[in-house]
Ligand binder design. Structure first.
Ligand code: HEC
Length: 113
């Protein structure tokens, strides 16, 4: 075997290594992305428990999928208003409840009829 073919082999192995590492890096990045997406979704059961405790002392449930949907910003505004009525909500609870209501009332964008 000549010197040239050794060099070629080393190059080939190096190239394989580079592709392998690139593949791993891409796979890890994808995994991180989907983990971030998971995190954005609220835990409905946990959110509903807080919602039930904090929101239903004054009025009937507004978590009605038949009712018109709101954007996340609109829900944050509603929560801020309710918060102004002396409701002690932590930022985390606001996040959970707004996520819950947004998810539940996404079905209908407008009042029918
Ligand atoms: C201290 C009593 C009280 C609590 C607690 C309360 N609300 Fe309300 N809520 C009201 C009153 C009074 C109204 C009607 C007057 C108004 O709209 O300001 C209302 C109206 C609403 C409306 C309809 C008005 C709109 O802007 O769409 C929504 C939705 C709502 N509340 C959601 C919530 C949620 C979610 C919670 C829990 C985070 C909550 N409320 C907790 C008193 C309360």
């Amino acid at each position: 075997m000549g010197r040239f073919s050794v060099v070629k082999r080393v190059l080939l192995v190096t190239l394989c290594g580079v592709f392998l590492i690139a593949g791993i890096v891409v796979a890890l990045a994808e995994e991180k992305k989907s983990a971030a997406n998971e995190k954005k979704k609220v835990d409905h059961r946990k959110a509903f428990a807080i919602y039930k405790k904090k929101c239903l002392q004054c009025h009937d449930s507004v978590a009605d999928p038949e009712k018109r949907g709101h954007t996340r910003d609109e829900w944050l505004l509603v929560l801020k208003t309710m918060h102004g009525y002396g409701l002690g909500l932590s930022p985390q609870e606001v996040e959970l409840i707004s996520g819950l209501l947004y998810d539940l009332r996404r079905g209908m964008e407008k009042d029918p009829g």
